[in-house]
Write a protein that binds this ligand. Structure first.
Ligand code: FNR
Length: 358
C-alpha cells in the first residue's frame, strides 16, 4: 500500500503533516450569541487534533454580525472573539495539527435558526433576534426572507470586514485561512447568475460576478504574511441550468491562483434547491477538473469515508488533499485508523495514547 495520505504537504511557509484535513463544520454552540468560542470548540477541535488530522479548518466564522448563518455561529469581528480562539489554536498546534479558519459571510442565507433547533433553517424574524440580510440582488433563497441589495458602500464594507477578520485570525495564531466562496453564501451569491442580477460592475459577465471574491482575496492577502497559505472554498456547480458551471469555476480558480490563492477546496451546490446526485466521492471529479485545468492544488470533499478511498484519490492524482467531514465527527481518530489501514509505520498517535495503538 502507498502512504500518500501521510505524505506531508507544504503550502507557502507551512508544512502540514498529512493530507487528511478537516473541513469547516458549523457547531452552532455559541451561547451568548456573541460569536465567542467556548469549551465545546476546545474539546471538539482538540479531539480532531489528537486524532491525527493534518489541518483542521474551524467552522464558518462571520466577519460581521449580519454575516453569521445563525446567532450561534462563531464570529471574528472583535478582539474578544480572537482572544477566545487563541488557546484553541495553540492546543491544535501542540498536537501537531495546523489550525485554519473559514472566514464567511452568509449573505441572503443569514439569520436562520441553527441546525438542530425546532425551526431549523427557517428565517429568524427581526423582532425575535434576527437581522436584515444582504445579497447581490433582492432575490431570496427559497423559503427565506429576501435580502437587501448591497450598494457600493456595503460591498466595500464587506471587503474591509474580511480583511480585518483575517488580521485577527493571524493574531489568534491561525496558520491557514479559508475564504468561504461556496454553498450559496454571499461570495457564491455574487458568482452565480441565479442570485446575482446586478447591472453594475459586480453583475453580468463572469469577470464582474467574480469581482467581489477577487477583491476579498486581494484584501485578505494584503493583510497576511507571504508565508501564510490562503484557501478558497468554491461550489464548482450549482447543479442546475443557468447556474455556476465547472468551466466558470476553472476560470475563477485560475484568477484566484494568479492572486496568490494556494489551494481550492472544491465543493458544490447550496445556492438554490436542486437535486444533487450524492454518493461516495461524488464531488471529487470537480476537484480533479479544477486541479488539471486551472493548474492549482485542490482538496476533494464529500462522502470520503474510508482510508482506501481517500488514498486512491491521492494516488490517482485526483486531488492534493482530502477533506473528511462527517466521518471525523463519527470517529475523530480516523487518521490514526487510516494510518493502520495503509500500514503507515508511524501513525499520528499522541504520546499519552501510544500504548493503545501498539
Ligand atoms: C458542514 N459543512 C460546512 N461547509 C462549510 O463550508 N462551512 C461550514 O461551516 C460547514 N458546516 C457544516 C456543518 C456540519 C455539521 C456538516 C456535516 C457539514 C460542509 C462540510 O464542510 C463538508 O463539505 C460536507 O460535510 C461534505 O463532506 P463529508 O461530511 O461528506 O465528509
Amino acid at each position: 500500500m502507498t502512504h500518500k495520505l501521510f505524505e506531508p504537504i507544504t503550502l507557502r511557509g507551512v508544512q502540514v503533516r498529512n493530507r487528511i484535513w478537516v473541513p469547516p463544520m458549523c457547531q452552532y454552540v455559541v451561547e451568548k450569541h456573541d460569536g465567542v468560542a467556548n469549551s465545546w470548540h476546545m474539546a471538539h477541535l482538540g479531539a480532531l487534533a489528537q486524532g491525527g488530522a493534518g489541518a483542521i479548518i474551524v467552522e464558518a466564522t462571520g466577519v460581521v454580525p449580519e454575516g453569521r448563518i445563525s446567532p450561534r455561529d462563531l464570529g471574528l469581528w472583535n478582539d474578544a472573539q480572537a482572544e477566545a480562539l487563541a488557546p484553541i489554536v495553540a492546543f491544535l498546534r501542540s498536537q501537531g495539527a495546523v489550525a485554519g479558519i473559514q472566514l464567511a459571510h452568509a449573505g441572503r442565507k443569514a439569520s436562520v435558526h441553527p441546525e438542530g433547533s425546532p425551526l431549523d433553517g427557517q428565517s429568524i424574524p427581526i423582532e425575535e433576534g434576527g437581522w436584515e440580510t444582504v445579497g447581490p440582488s433582492a432575490i431570496s433563497f427559497e423559503g427565506l426572507r429576501a435580502p437587501r441589495e448591497l450598494d457600493q458602500a456595503g460591498i466595500d464594507a464587506v471587503v474591509a470586514a474580511f480583511a480585518a477578520s483575517a488580521r485577527r485570525a493571524v493574531e489568534a495564531g491561525f496558520e491557514l485561512l479559508e475564504i468561504h466562496g461556496a454553498h450559496g453564501y454571499l461570495l457564491h451569491e455574487f458568482l452565480s447568475p441565479l442570485s446575482n442580477q446586478r447591472t453594475d460592475s459586480y453583475g453580468g459577465s463572469l469577470e464582474n460576478r467574480a469581482r467581489l471574491l477577487l477583491q476579498v482575496v486581494d484584501a485578505v492577502r494584503a493583510q497576511i504574511s507571504e508565508e501564510l497559505p490562503l484557501l478558497v472554498r468554491l461550489s464548482a456547480t450549482d447543479w442546475t441550468e443557468g447556474g455556476v458551471t465547472i468551466d466558470e469555476t476553472v476560470q475563477v480558480a485560475e484568477w484566484l491562483r494568479e492572486r496568490g490563492v494556494d489551494l481550492i477546496d472544491v465543493s458544490t451546490g447550496g445556492n438554490v434547491l436542486a437535486p444533487i446526485p450524492s454518493g461516495p466521492g461524488y464531488q471529487v471529479r470537480f476537484a480533479t477538473a479544477t486541479r488539471e485545468r486551472a493548474g492549482i492544488p485542490t482538496g476533494a470533499v464529500g462522502h470520503i469515508t474510508n482510508p482506501a478511498q481517500a488514498e486512491q484519490i491521492l494516488v490517482t492524482e485526483q486531488a492534493d488533499i482530502v477533506f473528511v467531514g462527517r466521518e471525523m465527527l463519527r470517529d475523530p481518530r480516523f487518521p490514526i485508523r487510516a494510518a493502520q489501514a495503509v500500514r503507515y509505520p508511524t501513525p499520528p498517535v499522541p504520546l499519552p495514547y501510544l500504548r493503545a495503538h501498539r
